[in-house]
Design a protein around this ligand. Structure first.
Ligand SMILES: Cc1cc2nc3c(=O)[nH]c(=O)nc-3n(C[C@H](O)[C@H](O)[C@H](O)COP(=O)(O)OP(=O)(O)OC[C@H]3O[C@@H](n4cnc5c(N)ncnc54)[C@H](O)[C@@H]3O)c2cc1C
Length: 401
């Protein structure tokens, strides 16, 4: 297919976007489809609305609200449910593995004119033994469901007759490893959940419930003696800590794809290094033709930007504008307000102006609303708030085991 581009008829260029997270989905919705043929490749058919996950895990929102489908009717994009295994920068093609084991096609290759690398990041476990099997993480709605289900199991187990006080205390001890924004938000939501809905449903267990946050440094200083088991956490500093549930919010590390790509990376906590036009360098510092990187997976030279949805969206919008209308300005991050919930109608806002208290909590709730992408989600968010006020949190949501 061809489109009129200025005075000339030019073929539509093929853009492949790797990843359907904040960066990939924002780019896909902002690119001009009359100029580009868009293909998104990702193992996930949805984009998780990460700022809402902690609230969903604690019954404030329905799990459906916190994922936005990548396929939609607004734009004609191609979506391929697959994992990109490698990129041939010379051949301008990506090699993919379908996310289905029962297909005769085991891998396939797609050609691109432009490729945008946005595979995000993954959970950093600091190679702590058994943490991946026993602790829970929070990256998407599936994780939020698992947390909700495990919390309920802990309360039900602790209600079985014959348990000692110590056993109840252990089952109802909730440990969050990582005191960054996610760790703090999860613990605030847990605290709200336990002091409201769970307090009225399980009044007999109220004295046994406790929440502890373990700082990131404790995790990063883990040695062979430190590990997570089914019902406990071993740390070098504090020895064995019995817990009903351990949630790991210990930050990000690069994905397998990012690790395997022959491109220039940032020195520490490696991320793909880009210039200020978000273009990717080869290892010998040559710009690669038609290759861009955005989101958590990449950082701009000399910028040291945080791994946040705010940065991912700003980069995606900049790149879409640059490709749509060929703007020549460099990317510049505009500092946005950082909002976090501290529980019990308290919050904190920083970044632009700093304040805390009820006003900050309202700012956090409003930002939740703004983060959602569809009208359906926005309406359901407000319904969630009203139901929360009237009937309390939805703690009996169906969650897979
Ligand atoms: C619980 C939580 C709360 C958060 N709250 C906030 C907040 O309040 N404000 C804020 O600004 N930020 C927040 N963040 C951070 C924010 O979510 C991330 O910075 C953001 O998701 C990064 O977007 P991304 O598109 O780069 O990566 P992601 O959103 O992680 O998406 C990456 C995508 O790439 C796909 N992918 C991975 N490997 C491959 C491959 N090989 N091939 C194809 N696809 C692949 C993944 O499946 C995924 O779809 C939060 C994060 C978490 C976990």
């Amino acid at each position: 297919m061809s489109v009129q581009n200025g005075d000339e008829w030019a073929p539509r260029k093929n853009i492949i976007i790797i990843g359907s997270g904040w960066a990939g989905s924002t780019l896909e919705t902002s690119l001009d489809e009359t100029k580009y043929s868009l293909t998104v490749i990702s193992p996930e058919t949805t984009t998780p609305c990460t700022p809402l996950l902690a609230s969903a895990a604690c019954g404030l929102y329905d799990f459906n609200i916190v994922e936005t489908p990548i396929r939609h009717t607004i734009k004609k994009i191609k979506f391929v449910k697959a994992r990109v295994e490698s990129i041939g920068f010379k051949a301008k093609s990506v090699k993919c593995i379908p996310c289905f084991d029962d297909l005769s096609v085991k891998d396939f290759t797609l050609d691109y004119d432009i490729v945008v690398i946005a595979p995000g990041s993954t959970n950093h476990t600091f190679n702590t033994p058994r943490v991946s099997e026993h602790a829970l993480f929070l990256r998407n709605a599936r994780d939020a469901m698992k947390i909700a289900s495990r919390i309920q199991d802990c309360f039900e187990k602790a209600s079985i007759p014959g348990l000692t006080d110590t056993q109840k205390r252990c089952l109802l001890h909730f440990v969050i490893v990582g005191a960054g924004p996610t760790g703090v938000e999860v613990s605030s939501e847990l605290s709200d959940l336990f002091s409201t809905s769970y307090a009225s449903l399980y009044p007999h267990l109220k004295p046994y419930v406790s929440i502890a946050i373990h700082e990131d440094y404790a995790m990063s200083s883990f040695t062979k003696r430190n590990r997570v088991e089914g019902d406990c956490l071993h740390t070098k500093e504090m020895g064995r800590i019995n817990a009903g549930l351990v949630i790991c919010a210990t930050g990000n590390k690069s994905t397998d794809l990012e690790d395997s790509l022959p491109v220039k990376k940032t020195p520490r906590n490696p991320r793909i290094l880009t210039d200020s036009f978000l273009r990717v360098y080869s290892p010998d510092s040559e710009l690669l033709d038609g290759v861009y990187a955005i989101g958590d997976a990449a950082d701009v030279e000399n910028a040291c930007l945080p791994t946040t949805a705010e940065v991912a969206c700003q980069k995606a919008k900049y790149l879409a504008k640059a490709l749509n209308v060929a703007v020549k300005e460099e990317f510049q991050y505009q500092q946005a307000a950082i909002v976090a919930c501290l529980g019990q109608n308290d919050g904190v806002v920083s970044g632009k102006t700093d304040y805390s208290g009820a006003q900050a909590w309202i700012a956090w709730r409003s930002k939740n609303f703004l983060w959602t992408r569809t009208w359906r989600q926005k309406v359901l968010i407000v319904v969630g708030w009203v139901l929360n006020l009237v009937t309390g949190r939805a703690i009996a949501q169906f969650a897979p085991r």
